[in-house]
Write a protein that binds this ligand. Structure first.
Ligand code: SF4
Length: 907
């Protein structure tokens, strides 16, 4: 059923992380919708994190790409779909005719729906005859895929979310789950609340928000996970914490894996030294793992994004296999995917080294199954270029046409300046997107408008193999089309048959049929099988409830679903056994040096997603982390001459960027952390991808985002400042800027190198206030270099600018609150002139709880005034932390700090 119980809301799925939460969207009739959690969806049971809750704020059409456009000498011009697709097809045909099928490529995305992905993959591998289709999922989970395939024979996630609640020990490795998969983390915490004996261990070089609620945090040196898990394998074997019958009957390769592990990792003290952790902590973890049958090791980017990512995955799986900790409730190795449909992409073979329906390009039988099913004229017979190599091939000219779909590689790829160079040299760059202006679209020769979340229709698969419907609840804007349709129209122009799909349902039905085609033990058996869904009619497809695969239809007509795999101890290798994989530990490819003495780690912040093309539109999500930052240990900051709150330039062998220095408290010496989200649309110079080394895992091709040698130095400026304005500003003349979306205003954080002689004239020019009679309040202290001005129109604040030689300036939260007032009071005007709120409590402080908009100052004040002692008391008093819970670790920290400071004051 696609209607919720109130018969007004449409049931769909969140557009962001791989948790895949169910969403209820109630259209408001103005192109937006009210969003709530779907209580019937098994992933979230009604809860949403702040990103999911704010989906409604991202639905407006501002900035949308609505019509096909082609670049000419005068820039982009609007054309018809026929003209745009004819041009692309014509150029592809002539490039293929002259240079062969390897000269064209698709670069797609885990944001695509499975139906889009299926058509893209069929087009390239079965009709163009090239496997040069790769996806941004290469950047986040291809090591997990490769690890599963090596161990189990197929890309199979063994367990389900319910297992996280059944486990007695959950080990989170390289995963800031509290921020990146908040609803899953809340499920773990809830289970832990009900069963306090359940243990949570976090293995992460940083002390993240996730660690705040863990029983044990192992702050391992970046890149040493294989040593840690090889040491665990060795320890488990040594103390006899094994399941010999399981190992004997259901696995191969333990001896070789143990021999490899024992080379460097037989001595826990030596492992602790390499991992730079307290040996007692290491042993505590080893003992806990050995003593706990129901153990889940869940991992994400900290494991996958490494030049040894696949070995890290297999080192973890080895430790589960030796004790038979797999295939039973509450246990197993669990990769948690970053993107909403990375899993769907895996199912249709969206990676350059995969074929559709979990079959392999290199396997002739598999190729025969797919080619026969598709009745395809050709079939790629070897792996295509993986993301990093694909953009190298574009730069060297061997790929002459690339079509980028639903992703922003100029921001998200490693060595992102190389991607920029590659696209600027490419003969034909096509981009399908929902937004007009992105860093990547700036290089497109042809722009094609795609449907976005809320407009498109299809399926996604979450991290527990659960297929859910994403349903349209808004009309298609402009001339935007679904991606599967755009690709099908293109394929027809190329003269290919097999692309006469009429609906997403038609595509899904074909995908489901392929999964069951010749899928028998006597022919080409695969565990990926959704043939049970192949016969759904359009209505049944529309009504499809969230369903885990495998899903087969029994002779009785009932659907049979497996919530967890390997219950029967049968794996997908030909002999039915799982494989231990020897994992020789090795360091990250590039070591620190005198020139680049710090290790750069990259990742997400709590309230943003990818390159902010969607979340950047939501004011609710803008406040928690307004700017890009570089988190550094205070002693390293001192050593390298940078100061908290000021700007720093961070550079590597590959590129450079500017970010604000912060001491988050969780970063070890010798490292820095920078978020991945900011780009040229949101900041002058904050693309961290430009710095990241393009080293990749040799098996998976996943880049090493977590370990790039960098240096940091002061970014000298003469002044700091900010603007809040109801209109957008062009700030090219300013040395550094960041744009932040507010409610009915834009906020710009600025820093400049120019010497401002005439503050008033300069500020008026920048803000576009040329009318001498304008209501313009200003204050200037030339000696101190302090200036502020407020432009008022009809008693409402229109815009304001604050400048100072220091970065500690008035509260933006207080000023933002003035933009919601229809009339400024006298007391507001006084506050604006003195540069601070005059009324007590007017400044809520920086946002902590985005769900309820509760600021730090409000929380601190309540803790002191009402003597609040626990997070629960803070939540009861202010609601903060009472929705998605992702701010709970922060509230816990604030609680401790505030109470200590209050006690000190009294002493
Ligand atoms: S955890 Fe948050 S971002 Fe992830 S799917 Fe659920 S609501 Fe969306």
């Amino acid at each position: 059923m696609n209607l919720s119980s109130d018969h007004l809301a449409i049931r769909t799925t969140c557009a962001y992380c791989g948790v895949g939460c169910g969403v209820q969207a109630t259209p408001k009739g103005d192109g937006t919708a009210t969003i709530s959690g779907d209580t019937l969806h098994p992933a979230n049971r009604g809860r949403l994190c702040v990103k999911g809750s704010a989906l409604g704020e991202t639905l407006g059409l501002e900035g949308r790409l609505l019509y096909p456009q082609v670049r000419g000498e005068d820039g982009l011009r609007r054309v018809s779909w026929d003209a745009a697709l004819d041009q692309v097809a014509g150029q592809w045909r002539s490039i293929i005719a002259e240079h062969g099928p390897q000269a064209v490529a698709l670069y797609v995305s885990g944001q695509l729906l499975t139906e889009d992905y299926y058509v893209a993959n069929k087009l390239m591998k079965g009709y163009v005859g090239s496997a040069n289709i790769d996806t941004n999922s290469r950047l986040c989970m291809s090591s997990a895929v490769a690890g599963y395939k090596r161990a189990f024979g197929e890309d199979l996630v063994p367990l389900c979310y319910d297992d996280l609640e059944l486990a007695d020990l959950v080990v989170l490795v390289g995963s800031n789950t509290a921020w990146c998969h908040p609803i899953l983390f809340q499920r773990i915490l809830k289970a832990k609340e009900q069963r306090p004996e359940m243990k949570l261990v976090v293995i992460d070089p940083r002390r993240t928000a996730t660690c705040e609620l863990a029983d044990l945090h192992l702050p391992v040196k970046a890149g040493t996970d294989v040593w840690l898990f090889n040491g665990l394998l060795s320890y488990l074997a040594r103390i006899g914490a094994m399941d010999p019958a399981f190992v004997e009957q259901h696995t191969n390769g333990l001896t070789a894996a143990l021999e490899t592990a024992n080379i460097d990792c037989a001595d826990p003290a030596a492992v602790a030294r390499i991992c730079r952790i307290d040996p007692a902590l290491l042993l505590e973890f080893y003992e806990l793992f050995a003593a706990t049958a129901k153990t889940i090791t869940a991992y994400s980017m900290g494991v996958n994004q490494s030049s040894a990512g696949t070995d890290k995955v297999n080192a973890i799986i080895n430790c589960h296999l030796i004790g038979g900790r797999i295939g039973q409730p509450g246990m197993g190795p669990f990769s948690i995917t970053g993107q909403p449909n990375a899993m769907g992409g895996r199912e249709v073979g969206g990676l350059a080294n995969m074929l559709a329906a979990h079959m392999d390009l290199e396997n002739a039988d598999h190729r025969d199954v797919v080619q026969t099913f598709w009745d395809a004229p050709v079939m790629a017979d070897s792996g295509g270029l993986k993301a990093v190599d694909l953009f190298k091939a574009i730069e060297d000219g061997s790929i002459k046409a690339v079509w980028v779909i639903a992703t922003n590689p100029v921001v998200s790829m490693p060595d992102a300046d190389q991607v920029r160079r590659a696209l600027s040299r490419c003969e034909l760059v096509v981009a399908s997107d929902i937004m007009q202006d992105t860093d990547t679209n700036a290089y497109a020769d042809v722009l094609l408008p795609a449907l976005g979340w809320g407009e498109k229709d299809g399926t996604v698969t979450n991290s527990e193999r659960r297929i859910s419907r994403q349903r349209a609840f808004l009309p298609a804007p402009g001339e935007a089309l679904p991606d599967w349709k755009i690709l099908s129209l293109f394929a027809q122009r190329m003269g290919y048959s097999g692309f006469d799909f009429r609906s997403a349902h038609g595509v899904f039905a074909e995908h489901a049929r392929l999964s069951g085609f010749r899928n028998t033990s006597a022919d080409v058996p695969r565990m990926f099988d959704i043939s049970g869904l192949a016969g759904l009619n359009a209505r049944e497809y529309d009504d499809l409830e969230p369903t885990q695969w495998p899903v087969r239809r029994l002779p009785s007509g009932q659907l049979e679903v497996e919530e967890r795999l390997f219950v029967d101890r049968q794996f997908a290798h030909a002999d039915g056994k799982a494989r231990f994989v020897p994992t020789a530990a090795r360091a990250p490819v590039n070591a620190v040096s005198e020139d680049f003495p710090l290790v750069l780690n990259t990742g997400r912040v709590r309230d943003q997603w990818h390159t902010m093309t969607r979340t950047g539109k939501a004011p609710t999500l803008a406040d928690h982390t307004a700017e890009s930052f570089v988190d550094i240990h205070p002693q390293d900051a001192l050593l390298h001459g940078v100061r908290e709150g000021e700007l720093a330039r961070i550079s590597s062998e590959w590129g450079a960027m500017v970010a604000r220095v912060q001491h988050g408290g969780g970063i070890p010496r010798g490292s820095v952390f920078i978020p991945i989200h900011w780009n040229n649309q949101t900041a002058s110079d904050a693309r961290v991808g430009a710095l990241v080394n393009p080293e990749v895992d040799p098996v998976s091709g996943e880049p090493e985002f977590k370990h790039t040698p960098v240096r940091i130095e002061q970014f000298r400026v003469n002044w700091h400042g900010f603007i809040l304005s109801r209109s957008s500003k062009a700030l090219d003349s300013v040395a550094h800027w960041t744009r932040i979306q507010g409610r009915s205003f834009n906020r710009y954080e600025l820093a400049g190198r120019n010497v401002i002689k005439d503050y008033s004239g300069w500020a008026r020019t920048l803000l576009g206030v040329h009318d001498a009679e304008a209501d313009w309040l200003e204050y200037e202290d030339r000696t101190a270099g302090v200036y502020r001005a407020v432009h008022i129109v009809d008693d409402r604040i229109e815009q304001c600018i604050f400048l100072s030689p220091r970065q500690d300036m008035p509260s933006r939260a207080w000023l933002a609150s003035l933009f919601s007032k229809e009339v400024l009071s006298e007391i507001d005007r006084v506050g604006l002139l003195v540069g601070m709120p005059v009324e007590k409590g007017a400044d809520a402080g920086p946002t902590v709880c985005s769900c309820f908009g509760v600021g730090r100052n409000t929380i601190c004040q309540s803790i002191v005034e009402k003597d609040l002692k626990t997070v629960q008391e803070v939540t009861a008093c202010l609601k903060a932390g009472g929705n998605c819970g992702s701010c709970v670790p922060e509230i816990k920290k604030i609680l401790v700090q505030t109470r200590v400071e209050a006690a000190e004051e009294k002493l």
